[in-house]
Design a protein around this ligand. Sequence first.
Ligand SMILES: NC(=O)C1=CN([C@@H]2O[C@H](COP(=O)(O)OP(=O)(O)OC[C@H]3O[C@@H](n4cnc5c(N)ncnc54)[C@H](O)[C@@H]3O)[C@@H](O)[C@H]2O)C=CC1
Ligand SMILES: O=C(O)/C=C/C=C(\O)C(=O)O
Length: 479
Amino acid sequence: MDIQNYINGNFQNPIQNNWIDNYNPSNGAIYSQIPNSTTEDVEEAYKAAKIAFKQWCTTTLEERSRIMLKISELIEANLDRLAEAESKDNGKPVALAKMIDIPRASSNFRFFANALTQFASESHESVGQNAINYTLRQPIGVVGCISPWNLPLYLFSWKIAPAIAAGNCVVAKPSEVTPMTAYLLGELCNEAGLPKGVLNIVHGLGTTTGQAIVEHPGIKAISFTGGTATGAHIAKVAAPMFKKLSLELGGKNPNIIFADCDYDDMLKTTVRSSFANQGQICLCGSRIFIEESIYEKFKVDFVERIKTLKVGHPSEADTKVGALVSKPHLEKVMRYIDIAKEEGGTVLCGGNKVTVEGYENGYYLEPTVIEVPTDDCRVNQEEIFGPVVTIMPFKTEDEVLQMANKVKYGLSATLWTNDLKRTMRMTKQLEAGIVWVNTWLMRDLRTPFGGVKNSGVGREGGFEALRFFTEAKNVCIKY
Ligand SMILES: NC(=O)C1=CN([C@@H]2O[C@H](COP(=O)(O)OP(=O)(O)OC[C@H]3O[C@@H](n4cnc5c(N)ncnc54)[C@H](O)[C@@H]3O)[C@@H](O)[C@H]2O)C=CC1
Ligand SMILES: O=C(O)/C=C/C=C(\O)C(=O)O
């Protein structure tokens, strides 16, 4: 099935008729074509969005909410179809897409359909001056949403839902590596009665289509999730136009394990925080630091568990690790395993490409655990974004805090301890936008989400997202 752009409620080919191959990572075969849209397609999408904005920004909150709830229901009703499409495009296990990706995409629309009815602004009475100030929160107009390949519909909808909830119209681009569910979302939006032009989806490469969105002078805000280098480039292009920017970028997150933790719970969750989605989540805890007294025990137990994870075709129910998203990405991750060895690391398990019978050209890799001699090595400093974690022991709280913070990233951190005072001390000092204590990836969509340092700028989630997608205007009335 070939993918088309979704502009003004219609499905259409790219104006220049340029196409890109779309690969199925589970078998390495090309299975569809996607548009490589140019500035002309983006301009058409922008014009449709601009016209739609006139109506959408005055559409009642009840009506916006009703349509968004309908989209959420339709995503739920199409769970199987969307999960299978996501898996085929991305390589992730179908079971994971059914349990996490697609339900979360549905929740994103439901959450913001409800949140928009609760969003309120402030007023300030200027006592003694007979004046009152109130803040209007007005939609920005046409906004751009650019999303990555690791959690395709999950992150695409995480941006689009608050943008349209706040009354904006959108020009959106999913990753060219995983465009399928975004394409299918267009159909569901039409079925739900979303007015034409409120959401426009243009497909293509980052350097052509993405760049055209970021450069468009009429697109006043950009919400982006992806690699840090791309985020830096986008910031450079957008800054002279004074665009609002929300950048959710990479991570190199510490998973800090103290001896007083609930061990079994920690072990089970650490398997997940290391290898869920083939380790391709920006929140994965890729640097595991273990208190010295339990280091040897952890090492044995962890490796034993990891060896039981089945690497296999994404459609098999017992597959725990599917295919990596693309051949270049597989090669990048494997290169890091070589670098680890060159730097004196010891591969405790994994490290090899896996050949899955019947799918010999798929991009499969064993989940890999590397014991590193020092925290300064490249595999502990650079984002790998695959099924590779490092482990090393620590002696003291100060030492581990220093190592945890000694990277250029600051997205999330996980802490395993039952010591309340230590928890309070460390959560304050960890340089991260999100700290999980005795859990991982427990999400409440009302909470602020984002990173510090090279992990990004701005916060999404809850009212933070609705604030990002609106401009605050103060009105001062003297009486
Ligand atoms: N969520 C995260 O934190 C993610 C991190 N990454 C990291 O980034 C590395 C590179 O992965 P990529 O797929 O190349 O990510 P990327 O950052 O290039 O892609 C993310 C999105 O940005 C778009 N894009 C790329 N260049 C653009 C430009 N000049 N202007 C506007 N949009 C642009 C892409 O088409 C895609 O939709 C990964 O190996 C991983 O380390 C990748 C994806 C997600
Ligand atoms: O919002 C979430 O629950 C997860 C977000 C994950 C990313 O932004 C990512 O992996 O890039």
